[in-house]
Design a protein around this ligand. Structure first.
Ligand SMILES: *Cc1c(COP(=O)(O)O)cnc(C)c1O
Length: 354
């Protein structure tokens, strides 16, 4: 066990906060004054350090750049109406991080480094959490292999880091979605359930292909038959059919177990909907649309929370949705924001106080 009190802390001489306005921030472009860094060497974690945000000095032979042992997480910290800061469900991200690490043959990061390191880092940079509605501090923990050896094998050394980026309202206009039936994001037995860097690089070609045709994102289908819905870009997907919300189940290991997905399932049930986690084919989606029962389709994820879908292109057919009339997804989005900002009680213990 690492004694986190041993953590070395070096403070920045001057805050960059004076140079920028936390209003109107583009996503992921500005970083706070400090970062956390830790090294895994000779079978143990060491050199846990918080220091001014700065470049890394790495050799061209860095294993992660060649063979892709690299994973990440995405978390958000909010400020409530009283000005108190809290992180949304970070323990769930910590657990998922180590599930990704195991799949990529990387060492687990101890809870003290991940959680206490994150808490202390945010405490130091707490002025970077915007006190503006719909704004937050995006937390990016990540780990990569750091051997300077280009043999194809698991690295012996790794670096774990956390950086922080203040973000404005991640408003995305209702999206036009292309149901992908050629390219594949994940197959059973693969790494779809891990937040592994390569999954995102591998998805860019198909996404660019959909964009060329005027769509914002792809809805991935299963690798074998291209029949069952999986997820939308980097968001989990929900279909509202009558009084039931259907979302693909996680058993095939091809879908990222979103924490927003999990929160949405809980909140939709509380709102009186039936929630079904099961395989859902695009033929079923299409038939429900024709029958007038499919009223809303939306994506869930930390970045945007809930994203409305206005068009779904499946083969030659385009399904249209009235995004001015989305009681389920809009209600969910509002209630989630209200819990995070302390306007609704946190009955599930989702907020982690800093
Ligand atoms: C991160 C991610 C999600 C959403 O997960 P959250 O925990 O809700 O942010 C969904 N799908 C993919 C592929 C992702 O990478």
């Amino acid at each position: 066990m690492i004694d986190v009190l041993d953590m070395k802390i070096t403070l920045a001489q001057r805050s960059k906060l004076q140079d920028i306005s936390l209003d109107h921030l583009p996503f992921g472009k500005y970083f706070s004054d400090h970062m956390l860094e830790a090294d895994y060497e000779n079978g143990e974690w060491k050199n846990v350090e918080i220091k001014p945000y700065q470049p890394l000095l790495l050799e061209p032979s860095l294993a992660a750049l060649h063979y892709g042992q690299a994973i990440f997480e995405g978390i958000k910290a909010y400020r409530d109406q009283q000005g108190n800061a809290a992180i949304f469900r970070p323990l769930d991200n910590f657990k998922r991080f180590n599930i990704s690490a195991e799949r990529m043959q990387m060492p687990a990061v101890p809870e003290e480094i991940f959680m206490e390191g994150m808490r202390q880092l945010i405490k130091i940079d707490q002025d970077w959490i915007p006190a503006i509605a719909d704004h937050s501090l995006y937390i990016r923990p990540f780990m990569f292999s750091s051997d300077h050896v280009i043999g194809v094998k698991p690295s012996e050394s790794y670096k774990f880091m956390i950086i922080l980026s203040p973000t404005g309202p991640y408003y995305i206009a209702p999206m036009r979605i292309y149901v992908e039936e050629k390219f594949v994001r994940a197959a059973p037995g693969g790494v779809g359930y891990a937040k592994a860097a390569g999954n995102y690089g591998a998805a860019m070609y198909a996404t660019a292909h959909a964009k060329k045709q005027g769509y914002d994102q792809v809805l991935w289908t299963d690798a074998f038959e291209h029949k069952y819905a999986q997820e939308i870009g980097t968001m989990n997907v929900f279909f509202i059919i009558g009084n039931t919300a259907v979302t693909p189940d996680l058993s095939s290991g091809t879908i990222l177990a979103g924490i927003t997905r999990d929160s949405a399932i809980t909140m939709l049930r509380e709102a009186g909907l039936t929630v079904e986690e099961r395989p859902i084919s695009m033929d079923e989606v299409s038939a429900a649309y024709d029958a007038g029962k499919l009223t809303e389709v939306f994506g869930t994820g930390t970045a945007a929370t809930v994203s409305l879908i206005k068009e779904l292109k499946f083969k030659e057919k385009i399904m249209f949705f009235d995004t001015n009339n989305t009681p389920v997804s809009s209600g969910l989005k509002k209630n989630m924001a209200d819990i995070k900002e302390g306007k609704l009680p946190d009955t599930h213990g989702w907020l982690y106080k800093i």
